[in-house]
Design a protein. Structure first.
Length: 277
């Protein structure tokens, strides 16, 4: 696989860094991940670290050297991360379960698969346009989808941070089937926390990413986001990849995205045996 990759995480104006990020690879597969620990709950960094720990561990065990089914991997790994957070909270005797958002992407065979819970985002950018973006699991995203407010108003809306789903919540989140797309040369896959995307317009994001390499554009964008957010600047994190291979013909056996939600299994021990709905 030919690609370039960049990652960075900054504390912003917060006292603590609750974001966790990373990427892991074999000769045939790549996993990228951003987890944003929720500051409104105790020990958000613990939840984010648990999510990274579980997904990275699962990838390292199962990518031999590629994953058999990236969609199933993401579904099961998110379920395992949710349960690990609850197990760690119980072991530590915490009065409330830590919580985190997460966005994860697998790249293999010239395709990218991604899934998310919460408002950490993935952007798929091609030739200066956003070809796809994850839809935030928030109240304001519901308003946007219903045509009751404009996308540009999301960052300033007072309910922007009210999440409908996260890992570590009392009820397991419903997980969408992984979105799958073929990659073309120079495509950019960008994963980021809301501390990064919130202060930026889509035009500002695209103009820099399309004019400069990732290792130049993203530090500039992070500094710009920090300046725009000012004293309210949250932790901000990014993991981004620029693809370096030509687009391939679609591979057999890659199922179309049907966008149906599925409940995570209630028992982590039964994840691999569960019926995916």
């Amino acid at each position: 696989m030919l690609f370039t990759i960049f990652q960075d995480s900054r504390v912003g104006m917060r006292q603590y860094q609750q974001d966790r990020i990373g990427y892991w690879q074999t000769n045939e597969a790549l996993l990228m991940l951003v987890a944003d620990g929720m500051g409104g709950h105790l020990r958000g960094e613990l939840a984010a670290q648990a999510a990274v720990q579980h997904l990275a561990g699962a990838f390292q065990r199962e990518a031999k050297p590629a994953l058999v089914d990236p969609d199933a991997f993401l579904f099961n790994a998110l379920g395992g991360a949710h349960h690990l957070i609850h197990q760690q909270a119980q072991a530590l005797g915490l009065p409330d379960t830590p919580r985190t958002t997460v966005v994860a992407c697998v790249v293999q065979g010239g395709h990218a698969w991604w899934s998310h819970v919460g408002d950490s985002r993935l952007y798929h950018i091609r030739r200066g346009t956003v070809r796809a973006r994850t839809r935030d699991h928030t109240r304001v995203q519901e308003l946007v989808d219903a045509g009751r407010m404009r996308e540009e108003a999301v960052p300033s809306h007072p309910d922007r941070n009210k999440l409908l789903q996260c890992l570590g919540s009392d009820a397991p989140p419903k997980v969408e089937p992984a979105t799958c797309t073929r990659l073309a040369r120079d495509d950019v896959i960008l994963l980021c926390s809301d501390g990064f995307w919130g202060p930026l317009s889509q035009r500002q994001l695209l103009s820099r990413l399309m004019s400069k390499p990732l290792d130049v554009a993203l530090p500039e964008l992070m500094s710009f986001a920090e300046a725009r957010a000012g004293k309210q600047c949250d932790n901000l994190s990014v993991v981004a990849m620029a693809w370096g291979e030509d687009e391939l013909a679609d591979a057999a056996g890659i199922a179309p995205d049907n966008r149906q939600f599925r409940d995570l299994p209630s028992n982590v021990l039964d994840l691999k045996k569960s019926t995916r709905r």
